[in-house]
Design a protein around this ligand. Sequence first.
Ligand code: PXP
Length: 245
Amino acid sequence: MSREYIHLGLNIDHIATLRNARNEGDPSLLELAFEAQDGGADSFTMHLREDRRHIKDKDIFEIKEHAKLPINLEMAISEEMTKIALQLNPRSVCIVPERRLELTTEGGLDVNAHFAALRPLVQELQAAEIEVFPFVEPDLTAIDLCHTLGCNGVELHTGAFARGWKNIYERHRQVQRLQLAAEHCAKLKLELHIGHGLNYVNIGDVLNLPGLTEVNIGHAIIARALKTGLRLAVAEMKALLEKKV
Ligand code: PXP
């Protein structure tokens, strides 16, 4: 699919993490989804983890019902998640590896090891008109396997690029890796998404990857919202205190 501009998928898992700290609905995921929508986000990415540590089942269905933007559901390979994805019917599913003790999705999916399970999963999701994007390292073999599976595209894991960004040699090496992977996707006509660790500083180095249609970003944008919003939030409370003598 070619697009006139690179779409921004906003990962809203961190908002749910903050909400869950009190479990009283503040901040409201839906209210902030509307804010993000007004800010120009193109889609919402949510990872419904097996342990439900941030996004809950209710969240994905509420966002689907009330927000206007398409949903990109991140999920592990499991029967439970497949059932939920088919019920939700998001625009796309990003198939991710999942380990209980990890802080976040630490690496790409081992497509080779999961090939047998992926084949029926990809077919079942696509039969329901859900696009499928495995989350893979910028590795040509993994990309070939996604092509064999008939996936719509891949989301390339940019974690190694983001981690290595401060070292100019490593940055160059990782951009080259992503470039080769992107060219390979273009050759195979696989749509290209990227995500993980992207921020306001490093994004410029990956924007020109050939065929890039979507970036999925969470942490940097939610952290930035705190930085840009905290001054006003404090000032608003101070203004209320000034009314009391
Ligand atoms: N894409 C995928 C598949 C992810 O698992 C994540 C992290 O949950 C992201 C994008 C967003 O990463 P970050 O929060 O570092 O921007």
